[in-house]
Design a protein around this ligand. Structure first.
Ligand code: FES
Length: 182
């Protein structure tokens, strides 16, 4: 999808060196362009959200952050790593405030108390004898990554997340396993 910029003005900026001109001012100042970049450049591609050892320090079991304009809930359990949309499947409440972290064995929605296991499956739903099926958290692609030939000693694996909604299948990375890219 193209950025909301004047095509002719962008073409002029892409001419060979010596003929090119600056990007149009809107590329630097437009709220519309900024929103486009958050959604399509940052949420639409892999974003490094930090070192896995620092993200899990505490030990934290889940934390909330933003990837582009998408709220993401990272969860950690027994060396596994998952990323989900930070949205409850009941009425869509935010599960954990942006920037927050928790040290619990389950994710608790603050609105009506639905609970989710750290792998995203629904654990409990007050008012239901058995939790409704098919209402696991919406999973996002996540992995830990190292370059094939890392320079010097590397103390922690970077954790990478895509903010775009991913396929509904387990994609969780391993915090202690070999580097993988998805
Ligand atoms: S919105 Fe989360 S439990 Fe109702």
């Amino acid at each position: 999808m193209r950025a909301p910029l004047d095509t002719a003005a962008v073409s002029a900026a892409l001419r060979p060196h010596g003929e090119s001109v600056m990007l149009p001012a809107a590329a630097y100042t437009s709220d519309e362009v900024y929103a486009w970049e958050l959604r399509h450049m940052f949420a639409g591609g892999w974003t490094c959200v930090g070192r896995a050892d620092e993200l899990t320090a505490g030990p934290v079991t889940h934390r909330a952050l933003a990837v582009g304009d998408i709220g993401v809930l990272l969860t950690f359990s027994d060396g596994a790593l998952w990323a989900f949309a930070n949205v409850c499947r009941h009425r869509g409440h935010e599960l954990l405030p942006l920037g927050g972290a928790a040290q619990r064995r389950a994710v608790a929605c603050p609105y009506h108390g639905w609970g989710y296991r750290l792998d995203g499956t629904l654990l409990s739903a007050p008012g239901f004898d058995t939790p409704p099926e098919g209402l696991s958290l919406v999973e996002l692609p996540v992995t830990t990554w190292l370059p094939a030939d890392p320079p010097g000693a590397v103390r922690g694996l970077p954790a990478l997340v895509r903010g775009q909604l991913g396929p509904r299948r387990p994609l969780g990375g391993r915090l202690d396993g070999p580097a993988r890219r998805r």
